[in-house]
Design a protein around this ligand. Sequence first.
Ligand code: NAD
Length: 343
Amino acid sequence: MALVPKIVATLAQRGVDVVVEAGAGENALIPDSEYEQAGARIGDAWAADVVVKVAPPSADEVGRLASGRTLIGFLAPRNEDNSIGALRDAGVQAFAMEAIPRISRAQVMDALSSQANVAGYKATLLAASELTRFFPMLTTAAGTVKPASVLVLGVGVAGLQALATAKRLGSRPTGYDVRPEVADQVRSVGASWLDLGIDAAGEGGYARELTDDERARQQQALQDAIAGFDVVITTALVPGRRAPILVTADAVASMRPGSVVVDLAGETGGNCELTRPGETYVSGGVTIAAPLNLPATMPEHSSELYSKNVLALLELMLDDEGRVAPDFSDQVLADSCVTREGA
Ligand code: NAD
C-alpha cells in the first residue's frame, strides 16, 4: 500500500486533501475506516492531482489519469514492456521510484532499498523453513547438530540483509559479489567473504556485466564452492540486463539432498539455471524456490517503509501552499521524473 494511515494523517495535517480508493488497503489488512479516521476521504483517487501507488499502472489505470496529473510509483522504466510511453502520451507527469538517485540526501526516498531489505530478510526465512536441517548449532541430549552453512551470491541491499538474518538465525553465512568493496560490509554482519578474484564494479555502485571469459571462470569457481553449502541465496542483478547465471544445473546436482536454493532474481530470469520464476519445486532432492515480490508477503512493514519513501519524495515537490510544483533543478526530481509535458 502506497500510503499507510499514519502518513495520511501527516499529509492531512499539512492541509493536503487525501482520497483513498475503496478497499485499496485490503491486501495490507488496512480497512477503509482507518483511512477515514486518519483524515482521508474514500473516493475516486484517480481524479486527484497526484496519484501514488506501488506497482506500475495498467492500461486502464493510465486511461483514468487526466493530462497534467502526477503519478508516483514503481514504474519499471528499464523493462521493455512498460507504461512510460502511454503515460507520456496521456500528458502525465510521472516519477519512478526506481529512478531516484542513490545519493545520501535521497536515502529516505530509496524504495528499492526499503523493499530489498524486506526481500532479503524473507528469503532467508524461506530458506530456513524449506531446509531439512537446523540453521543454528544445537547441543542436545540426543546429540549435537552442526550449524547450517549459507552462501549469499550478490551482496547489495537484499543480499546483505539475507546474510545478517542468516547470522541472527545461528547459521554460518558467507557472502560473494563481483564488487570487492562489498567484502567489508559482508564481514561487518559477521559473515565470511568468498573471494573469486573477479572485479566487475561498474558505474554508480552497481555491477557491470561479466565478459564471456569471466562468466565461465565464475560459474566454474562457484560450482566448486556451492557443493559445500546447505543453502544458497541469490540476489545478483545488473541494471537493465538479464540476471547472470551463477548457479548451474551441475552446481545444484552437487548439493546434498535436502539443501535449498532461494533465487531472488526470478523477475529478470533468475540466477539459477533451474529456476522457475514464481515456483518452488524439488530437483534431485534440492529445493529451488524463486518467489516473486516477497515484500508483498510482509505488507505491514513494506507498506510502512514505502509510505515514508513516497512521503519524502512528495514533500520535495510540494510548495509552501501544498501545491505540486517540482523544481527540476533538483537532481532527485530531475532523475526520478520519467515523463512530463509530453516528453
Ligand atoms: P542490485 O540489486 O542491483 O544487485 C545486487 C548485487 O548483485 C549487487 O551487489 C551486484 O554487485 C551483484 N552482482 C551483479 N552481478 C553479479 C555477478 N555476476 N556475480 C555476483 N554478484 C553480482 O544492487 P543494490 O542492492 O541495488 O545495490 C547496488 C549498490 O547501490 C550497492 O553498492 C549499494 O550499497 C548501493 N546503494 C547505495 C545507496 C545510497 O547511497 N543511497 C542506497 C542503496 C544502495
